[in-house]
Ligand binder design. Structure first.
Ligand code: SAM
Length: 281
């Protein structure tokens, strides 16, 4: 396990993932019934952008760093839960902090909601445990995320989301994502699932999407954001599969994806895709 998210926190891929996560959490909070948010590959919870790791890659500068200027009001409205959560995490932990998915989830939890954060790296799991195990609404598990995914669903609340955000260090992990996600949706058909993937090997992404499109019994969205010309040798974009998307998410993505593609483009090329998958496609 070599991947450490501290080197990448706040980069362009985090921006897409965390914005969509914040949108889904905002939609879940519209109804009073409690929900559970399960994060199968949780990382450290939050990161200091002035730390050595973040400084060595400086990836956040071309991610979260590029969101300093406001977008047009319709896009800003959609970003407001994300920006508010970053501000709340900074108020709690310090002005140079960037939240990971556990910190964003924690800020969204209401009385009665629960967050479960799963992390396999022993050091990261220990840090995460120290940060979140003391709270009544959050629990940290030092486990394999794929095993936990199967064991933790459906949750007792029967309402909520699962974020699946593996590091893709192992060859074939993208195919694993398709297979595990299809099985998980069959086990919890009403859960919202968010699965992140890198866009580098485009054939592997298309293969995973085709498997899901054929296997899914629930509607889903594919949200891709390219920040550079496609090049199978480099990371030039990332995407999310969202199963059981909140009903307005496609409409919202039609606003925020073009804005992000323009703002986060490395040079003169930014692109996006919002496509329906599964039975409604
Ligand atoms: N979700 C986090 C966020 O948005 O802030 C970032 C997660 S990072 C991309 C992936 C994490 O998965 C790393 O912290 C890594 O240690 C962890 N990991 C790797 N293999 C795992 C496994 N089999 N089960 C659970 N966690 C794993």
């Amino acid at each position: 396990m070599n991947y450490r998210h501290a080197f990448h926190a706040g980069n362009f891929a985090d921006v897409l993932k965390h914005l969509v996560l914040s949108r889904v959490l905002a939609h879940l909070s519209l109804k009073p019934a409690p929900f559970r948010a399960i994060d199968t590959h949780a990382g450290l919870g939050f990161y200091d952008l002035t730390a050595d790791e973040a400084g060595r890659t400086a990836e956040w500068i071309d991610g979260w760093g590029r969101l300093a200027e406001p977008f047009p009001p319709a896009v800003e409205d959609l970003l407001s839960p994300y920006r508010a959560a970053v501000a709340a995490v900074r108020a709690r932990h310090g002005p140079t902090i960037y939240p990971g998915s556990p910190a964003l989830i924690r800020e969204a939890l209401r009385a009665g909601d629960h967050g479960v954060f799963v992390e396999l790296h022993p050091d990261d799991a220990a840090t995460l445990r120290a940060r979140y195990n003391g709270h009544a609404r959050t629990k940290v598990l030092h486990l394999d995320g794929w095993t936990a995914l199967n064991a933790l669903i459906p949750p007792p609340e029967r309402r909520g989301l699962v974020l699946i955000d593996p590091p893709y260090e192992v060859l074939g992990e993208i195919d694993r994502l398709g297979a595990h996600l299809a099985r998980a949706v069959a086990k919890w058909p009403t859960g919202v699932f968010l699965a992140w993937y890198p866009i580098k090997d485009r054939a592997a992404v298309d293969r995973m999407v085709a498997v899901l499109d054929a296997a899914l019994t629930r509607p889903a969205l594919r949200l891709d954001l390219m920040i550079d010309r496609p090049d199978d040798a480099r990371l030039t974009g990332s995407g999310l599969i969202v199963v059981n998307p909140p009903w307005r998410l496609a409409e919202e993505a039609a606003l925020f994806l073009p804005a992000l593609a323009e703002r986060l483009a490395r040079s003169d090329y930014g692109a996006f895709r919002c496509a329906a998958l599964g039975p409604a496609a």
